[in-house]
Design a protein around this ligand. Structure first.
Ligand code: FES
Length: 157
């Protein structure tokens, strides 16, 4: 068993808010992911069992939702928005700068396990494009000149 008793309790409490426990799938996955960093197959099975779902059905939720990770990721995940407004205003310049600075491509993690770089769809702040997230922090109007500060704020080397 990977899930701790307090996480099992939290997932069951969340599921109790809905007529069907499967409606709590995203929050349950978030709870399970906290502390583990990602959702392994074993963890997925445990959460699915608590929600009365098949692992395959829960996996389809997990893989659809951008902030649930089905593979190991770095301590901080950089999600850069590559939807149209951000793309038009320089998201690709930011992506190139980050790839060069960190030495990783999309979907990759730095050798020290610190950062993973992933694209994400529109974050709903198109008027402040380009937008990216580093962990839970969202950064607006980002350009390459600001990226060192953005990473510095979150403890990058
Ligand atoms: S397109 Fe990037 S925030 Fe909307």
């Amino acid at each position: 068993m990977i899930l701790t008793p307090d996480k099992i309790q939290a997932i069951l409490q969340e599921a109790a808010h809905f007529p069907r426990p499967s409606a709590a799938a995203i929050e349950a996955l978030n709870i399970a992911q906290r502390g583990h960093g990602w959702i392994s197959d074993e963890l997925l099975k445990e959460v699915a069992e608590l929600l009365g779902m098949s692992p395959a059905d829960l996996d389809s939720v997990a893989t659809f939702y951008n902030l649930i990770y089905r593979r190991p990721v770095g301590k901080r995940v950089i999600h850069y928005c590559n939807s149209v407004s951000c793309w038009m205003l320089g998201a690709e310049d930011n992506r190139r700068y980050l790839s060069q600075k960190l030495g990783i491509g999309l979907g990759e993690t730095t050798g020290d396990g610190e950062y993973t770089l992933l694209p994400i769809v529109c974050l709903g702040a198109c008027d402040k494009a380009p937008v990216l997230m580093v962990g839970d922090e969202t950064h607006f109007n980002v350009d390459p000149a600001k990226l060192d500060d953005v990473l510095g704020e979150t403890g990058a080397p």
